[in-house]
Design a protein around this ligand. Structure first.
Ligand code: SF4
Length: 347
């Protein structure tokens, strides 16, 4: 029986062809919206900004304004295509897949199955052909997805129903990534230049903030806990190692600095660690990002939460917020002259 999707559903899943049709019928024109510098275009820019900052808080989504949501999705894709930077495209696709997954978690089964079917999955099946499985799970880092850890037989990999959420999210991400960049006419990119310039400047600023001096004091409690576990020689799970490594990579630590953290482990193995670090840092072509707070929670890695954790949804947001706060605190600034004095003394 065909699934009835209402406007709210289309606002939740703007990549559906039904959503595009709704906008097509609504009389909005991309050119005139750009020309008027409409708030919908700005909403598209906000979407990109949130994606760049790994801000996966979806409380402000207006399900009652489906056309706005769908058009802002379209503009986000246009803007990112004008920027045409692979890292930014990756961030937008991850943001959109997290957004869809956020709504899918509370979705009724027939609608969830419909979205899954759009991306070529069927949650009622308890197996996937091996060939499809390999393509689907390449970028999934949890060791449970490794073929060696799966129940494989007669050319199929067994899948538990509970595992489908993650697979659907990943399939949405790769599907969106395959569609970008869009072929956007130069005249449209010129019209959007002030916004793309702002987004690009915001991205550079964020990189500088993150890539400035690495400040371990600003690490979120979850990452500090993993480092403590490494230091104490605890055998940490793959998810913890992945999360910490990806976190350190994104905040701008190079492979040598990351490996240095692992040297604190009593059973440190340089070759194995270097291989894992290089892989997670993108030597295979995929740049990995650390998991969001909800995912850290499902891994059992969200521990020792403090007051900064209240308003953030990603460990990177925690790091940025705390680093900024520490930098602005009087205690930090009092230390500054002292450290430059030390430098002079040492030179
Ligand atoms: S809320 Fe987020 S940043 Fe804070 S401990 Fe949990 S996972 Fe880490």
């Amino acid at each position: 029986m065909p699934v009835e999707l209402d406007k709210k559903d289309l606002a939740k899943y703007p990549f559906l062809k039904e959503a595009q049709k709704l906008v097509g019928e609504s009389g909005y024109s991309i050119d005139s919206l750009i020309g008027k510098k409409s708030f919908i275009v700005k909403k598209g820019a906000e979407r990109v900004e949130k994606a760049i900052k790994f801000d996966y808080n979806f409380d402000d989504v207006r399900l009652d304004m489906a056309e706005w949501e769908i058009l802002s999705y379209a503009f986000a894709r246009i803007l990112i295509s004008c920027l045409s930077e692979r890292n930014l495209i990756g961030r937008l696709c991850r943001y959109e897949s997290e957004r869809a997954s956020f709504f899918l978690q509370a979705e009724v089964p027939d609608k969830k199955n419909y979205i899954a079917s759009v991306v070529g999955l069927n949650p009622d099946e308890n197996r996937i052909p091996v060939i499809d499985y390999i393509g689907l799970c390449t970028a999934l880092h949890d060791s449970k997805w490794r073929l060696i850890n799966r129940d494989v037989g007669s050319g199929f990999v067994k899948i538990d129903k509970s595992e489908y959420d993650e697979l659907i999210k990943e399939r949405i991400r790769t599907m969106l990534e395959d569609q970008l960049p869009l072929k956007v006419g130069e005249e449209i990119c010129v019209m959007l230049k002030s916004l793309t310039d702002e987004l690009s400047a915001g991205y550079q600023e964020m990189l500088l903030e993150q890539f400035g001096e690495v400040d371990e004091d600003s690490f979120p409690p979850c990452m500090k806990a993993i480092i403590n576990a490494v230091t104490e020689g605890t055998n940490i799970p793959h998810t913890a190692r992945f999360s910490l490594t990806a976190f350190m990579h994104v905040i701008g630590m190079d492979s040598t600095q990351i490996v240095e953290v692992y040297t604190r482990a009593p059973d440190f193995d340089v070759e194995k660690t270097m291989y894992q670090v290089e892989h997670i840092s993108g030597s295979g072509g995929t740049e990995y990002t650390p998991p969001s707070c909800p995912t850290m929670k499902t891994y059992g890695l969200c521990v020792n939460r403090d007051s900064y954790c209240k308003n953030i949804s990603h460990p990177l947001s925690y790091y940025r917020a705390r680093k900024k706060a520490l930098k602005n605190s009087p205690a930090y600034n009092e230390e500054k002259p002292q450290s430059s004095q030390n430098k002079e003394e040492n030179s």
